[in-house]
Design a protein around this ligand. Sequence first.
Ligand code: ZN
Length: 168
Amino acid sequence: MAIREILTVPNPVLKQVSQAVEVVDDELRALMDDMLETMYAAPGIGLAAIQIGVPKRVIVMDLAREGEEKQPRQFVNPEIIWASEETQGYEEGCLSVPEYFDEVQRPSRVKLRYLNYQGEQIEEDAEGLFAVCIQHELDHLNGVLFIDHLSRLKREQAVKKVRKLRAA
Ligand code: ZN
């Protein structure tokens, strides 16, 4: 396993739409292992492949709380097949927009379909932080960042802050 570099705004690669995965094989599993290691090292709770510059529809996540045992999860070609009309606001952050946090409104419950680490098709309901995180990560696969859900002014402030951070 290896820790990869996480791309940050305004890197144009983050705007790319990722491509569907054709087979879940050892090469893809190695990518998912690297993604998890990179996410844990950051540290973060979710990471999309495009954030390390790989335009594939792959997400990793671990929502275990501090002190709890690790719960690594992998999602290949994830799709939202149902979303609630009810929404919830959550203060989001992103490893590609370090040290910037703001509230985003999203459907509070969704139903997902994806392939797991073994390549099996799974359907699963998500709510709470899981629903927030999977929608945030799925946006990445479509070239959308959480700051794209904010006003233009806030988005520009976020990018400026990250540029400054990088220059420091
Ligand atoms: Zn993110």
